[in-house]
Design a protein around this ligand. Structure first.
Ligand code: PBG
Length: 334
């Protein structure tokens, strides 16, 4: 026996000795079916507009979107989330284009539902910010956001998207009472089977910056930010309150975003609800990883895997990520 040998009952390193052992005792994994791939949809034909702030992501017209969804499905992805982007001419103070039959997401939902049937779960982001002239997620009255008038518009939007083919509507606006109003509107229209994924815990985060460029949805009038409706990052108990309210109002799944800065919230929420939890690795989290990888500062594959694993470990069952197809295509999650 070497003189330096310690008498240790526990040697955690035993189970780290080989890749096979490490694989054997791993507690979480990230699979294709855990991922929700987001897409930006525009009007027109043959459109594929690269987004400078989100390298590798493009705004697609419906005809260009369908082959991409086909590819996602072939990679094992089961769900996609659609975001609409429209020209300034389509925008109005009350964001009526959100539920107009020419809305690109409504068209995409109808086309995708026709094409994929029940094979692909179609999720639609429900929010007014991409359709309002002022860029707020609700209606502006003077310098304030009118909660109840906004909720009425959001319910109309959710119903139109569900009727077009959305399996899951995903309110991301953070108005009070919108989940209940959407549930009521869906049920009254006979859409009892349409699920609601609530962005229940959505912090007023700086990490949404690239998305607002992608969707041309930054606030332009009224309050300069979304702090009067999105959560203050210094509050965690408030997140639990929001989640409990949305569950009581009829939410089927709950989201926490941004993901990596909110793992504590995710972990705590996992203990207090039985609903499936979704983490959203938002645009800024993606852009940071892309920039660091491009600068040669980190190994992109390993960093992406680690970030997604951390979200699963904290309690996320599903993850919305701009990396979904790339990570699977490149085999980064194995
Ligand atoms: C719409 C919406 C936003 C995001 C998802 N839905 C932007 C915002 O709240 O400003 C952000 C997603 C991302 O950054 O990737 N309200």
């Amino acid at each position: 026996m070497p003189i330096t040998q310690l008498h240790l009952a526990q040697r955690p390193r035993r189970l780290r000795a080989s890749a096979a052992l490490r694989e054997l005792v791993a507690e979480v994994s990230v699979r294709a079916s855990d991922l929700i791939a987001p897409y930006f949809v525009v009007e027109g034909q043959g459109q594929r507009q690269p987004i400078a702030s989100l390298p590798g992501v493009a705004r697609l017209s419906v005809d260009a979107l369908l082959p991409e969804l086909e590819q996602a499905l072939a990679l094992g992805i089961r769900a996609v989330m659609l975001f609409g982007v429209v020209d300034a001419a389509r925008k109005t103070p009350a964001g009526e284009f959100a539920y107009h039959p020419h809305n690109p997401v409504i068209r995409a939902l109808a086309a995708a539902k026709r094409h994929f049937g029940a094979e692909l779960v179609l999720m639609s982001d429900i929010c007014l910010c991409a359709y309002t002239t002022h860029g707020h997620c609700g209606l502006l009255r003077g310098e304030a956001i009118d909660n109840d008038a906004s909720v009425a518009q959001l319910a109309r939007m959710a119903q139109a998207h569900a009727e077009a083919g959305a399996d899951v509507v995903c309110p991301s606006d953070m108005m009070d009472g919108r989940v209940g109003a959407i549930r009521q509107a869906l049920d009254a229209a006979g859409l009892t089977h349409t699920a609601i994924l609530s962005y229940a815990v959505k912090y007023a985060s700086a990490f949404y910056g690239p998305f607002r460029e992608a969707a041309a949805s930054a606030p332009g009038e009224g309050p300069k930010d979304r702090a009067s409706y999105q959560l203050d990052v210094r509050r965690r108990r408030e997140a639990l309150r929001e989640a409990a309210l949305d569950e009581a109002e009829g939410a089927d799944l709950l989201m926490v975003k941004p993901a990596l800065p909110c793992l504590d919230v995710l972990a705590q929420l996992r203990k207090t609800t039985t609903l499936p939890l979704v983490a959203y690795q938002v645009s800024g989290e993606y852009a940071m990883l892309k920039a660091a990888a491009a600068a040669g500062a980190l190994d992109e594959a390993a960093a992406v895997r680690e970030a997604l694993v951390a979200m699963k470990r904290a309690g996320a069952q599903l993850i919305v990520t701009y990396y979904a197809t790339e990570a699977l295509t490149e085999g980064w999650l194995q």
